[in-house]
Design a binder for this molecule. Structure first.
Ligand code: MN
Length: 245
């Protein structure tokens, strides 16, 4: 079987360290954990840098077998019709618009989509849902979802809905890491919540129907990179689906 070629929606890193002449320089990047986890589990990753002409997203995806949406900055709340709360972190509208263009194009093309962390939240926003701008202030009874532990360590459990794609790969209970202060609030039409933590925070969504669209709130790539078997299996399952289409 030919290895599936997976596009990773990239991010922009604004230089604020190193030689002063580089301050303010924009760099296109993805965290290498995504690349390593995809490669280790049977895929060939390619980076999709942020484009300003969103009409070109479709061409960017041509020849690919799947789309992975990586994590990143907070989401511009204007995109889901809210004004910024005081607790909102750094946002970059152009990154979010590129994600939305990629999601819509991949959806039209029937490409499997796997959203991770902000990538899952962007899936929700692209299809009309909303997010908590800041969990801690808007849902004060929630756990600490910004763990103070190494990235490969699990910090809370999630319960997965029986019969979902995710349950088929991970079972109905799994330990996950957590690096988010935003989370899905109103779920977009056409999506089901298929995992949540015991404090009621949405930890995974799946799109109803035949088109594979999955989002998880944790960072499986940070765990799979260190050979966590559950998360390696999740990447293998995604590779299998992308290899088929
Ligand atoms: Mn969490």
């Amino acid at each position: 079987m030919r290895k599936p070629k997976i596009g990773i929606a990239a991010n922009i890193l604004i230089m604020d360290k190193g030689p002063e002449m580089l301050f303010g320089l924009y760099r296109a990047y993805v965290n290498n954990d995504y690349i390593e986890s995809l490669e280790k589990n049977g895929c060939i990753p390619v980076m999709l840098p942020v484009l300003h002409n969103t009409d070109d997203a479709r061409v960017q995806l041509e020849g690919l077998d799947g789309l992975l949406l990586s994590g990143g900055y907070d989401i511009d709340p204007l995109l889901y019709g809210e004004m910024p709360r005081n607790e909102l972190g750094f946002t970059m509208n152009e990154v979010d618009c590129h994600y939305i263009a990629l999601i819509k194009a991949a959806d039209e093309m029937g490409l499997p989509i796997f959203g991770i962390c902000k990538g899952m939240q962007m899936l929700n926003v692209a299809f009309g849902g909303t997010v908590y701008q800041d969990l801690h202030s808007q849902k004060p009874d929630s756990y600490q979802h910004t763990q103070n532990a190494p990235r490969y360590s699990a910090s809370h459990s999630v319960t997965i809905t029986e019969g979902s794609f995710l349950a088929g790969v991970l079972g109905t209970k799994v330990m996950v890491n957590s690096f988010h202060h935003q989370a899905v609030k109103d779920v977009a039409k056409g999506f089901h919540v298929t995992a949540s933590s015991e404090d009621g925070v949405v930890e995974a969504i799946e799109k109803a129907g035949n088109h594979f669209v999955l989002g998880v709130q944790w960072h499986p790539e940070m765990m799979a990179k260190f050979d966590n078997e559950d998360m390696a299996r999740l990447f293998q399952a995604f590779a299998k689906i992308c290899g088929r289409s």
